[in-house]
Design a protein around this ligand. Structure first.
Ligand SMILES: [Zn+2]
Length: 91
């Protein structure tokens, strides 16, 4: 993954669910250490998150893990966006 990528901000720009959702509030996330709306996936590229996750689960974090807490609509959005970028959500 290229550094400085904007994956964590994918859902911004009004494409999420065609404006059905209100503008997400960015908050400091205690799980991944990034600032993102808490209803959206953790920043899987966050080094902090990767370390914490692998210590806890004895394996590498995947995008599916990063969005486990999201609702199905959000997950589908992210899976699609990731695949369009050539990223397997299971990695
Ligand atoms: Zn997070």
């Amino acid at each position: 993954m290229a550094r400085g990528g904007s994956l964590a901000g994918l859902a911004r720009g009004g494409s999420l669910a065609g404006g059905k959702m209100s503008i997400p509030k960015f908050e400091e996330c205690s799980t991944c250490g990034a600032r993102h709306p808490l209803c959206e996936p953790h920043d899987k590229t966050s080094f902090f998150y990767q370390i914490i996750f692998s210590q806890e689960h004895k394996r590498e974090v995947t995008w599916e893990d990063a969005m486990r807490h999201c609702d199905e609509e959000t997950k589908e959005f992210w899976r699609k966006e990731l695949r369009e970028r050539g990223i397997d959500p299971n990695t």
